[in-house]
Design a protein around this ligand. Sequence first.
Ligand code: ZN
Length: 401
Amino acid sequence: MRAVNLLLAFLLVLSWWGVKPAQAQAGVDMELAASVQFGEGITFIARLKAPLPIQGASLFIHDTLQGITYSQPVTFDANGVSEFRFDVRQSALRPFTTLLWRYDLTLADGSVIQSPAGSVRYDDTRFAWQTLESGALRIHWYNAGDSVGLAALNAAQAGLQKIGGFFAPDLSQPIDIYLYASESDLRGALPGAEAWAVGHADSGAGVITVTMEAGADQNVQLEQRIPHELMHVLLARQIGAGYRSLPAWLREGMAALAEVYPNPDYDRVLLDAAARDALIPMRDLCASFSPQLDSAFLAYAQSRSFVTYLHGQFGADGLLTLARAYAGGVTCERGPERAFGVTFVKLERDWRVNALGQESLVSTLETFLPYLVLLCVVVLFPLLGILSTLRKKGTAHGRST
Ligand SMILES: [Zn+2]
C-alpha cells in the first residue's frame, strides 16, 4: 500500500514537474521540514547542506486534491535556511489534503536548479486522533472510546456491502474516515461548508469527514452518514475524472441509496411536497442544491426517490451507464436520452406518477381530449370566424381614410 502511495506521489510530482522550464535540473542537497498549525498556517523550512550562490528562490506548494499550485518568492539567509509560513486562511485548503512542495533556486550564473520535493499532510491537529484500520478502511476519532471506532468500522463495512450491490468497490487505495464529535468541530475543519452539512467526502483523496453526536442514535447516524460518503468516494473511483460532471441529483441520489438506515423523514417530506404540488423540478437539481435547509432536505429526498425509481427501471448497470454518459460530457437534460433512450421530461413525469402517485398531466389531457375537441368546434372556431370578419372590416375602414 505504501509503495502504491509513493508511486502515486511520484507520478504527481512528475506531472507537476512537467511544466518546468527546460534549463531546470535536479540535484540540490537540501533538508526539508514542514509543520502544520491547523486553521492557521503551514511552516515550510529548507536548509541547504552545502553553500550555493543563490540569486533568487521560489517556493512551489502543490495542493494534490484540488490540483492548485501556489508559488511564492522566498529568501535564504546566510546559514542557507529559508522559512516561509503559508497562510491557510488565504487558500481553499481542505483538511487532510496532501501538499507537495519544492524550491526553484536561481544561481549567480542565471541557471535554475530544483530542490527535491517534500510532502506534508494538512492534518486537523486540534484533536488527539485514535485510529482503527481494517483493509483499505481507516477510522479516526477522538474524545470517545474504542467502541465508537468499532461501530464506525461496522457502519463502513455495511456501506461497502450495499455499494457492492451497484458495482464492485475499488479498495486499492485507502479510505480515511474522520469522525468529528460535534458540528462545530467539523465546521472548524470545513469553513466553507453549508450550514446543514453533517458529512463531506473529498473523493479524489479518499478522505471522509462526518459528525457523530454522542447519544442514543449515534449508531444510526453512523450507518446513514458513513455509507453515504463512502458511495461518493467509490463512485468517483468507479467513474473516474468525469465524476464531477454528474448532476447533483445523481451523485446524492446514489449516495442516499447506500445509507443503511435512510432518514425516515425523506418519505414524509417527499409525499407532503408531492401532495402540495411543491416538488422541485428535477432539472433544478442538476448543478447543486439550495443552501436553505428545508429545500436542501427535499432535494435529497427527491434525488433518493428519483434514483431509486431509475434503479428499479434500468438496474444498477443502467445507473452506471447514465453516470458514464454524464462523465463523458452529455448535458443534464440529455443524459437519460443518451443512456436509456427516454427524455428527461418523460422520465421525471413517469417517476412522479409511478413513485409519488401524482396525477399525470398527460393522462388528464387524454381524458379530457374529446371534450377539448368539442369545445374547439362549438366555441373556438365560430369565435375565430367572427374575429377574422371584424379584422377585415377594420382593414377596409382604415383604407378609406
Ligand atoms: Zn452527499
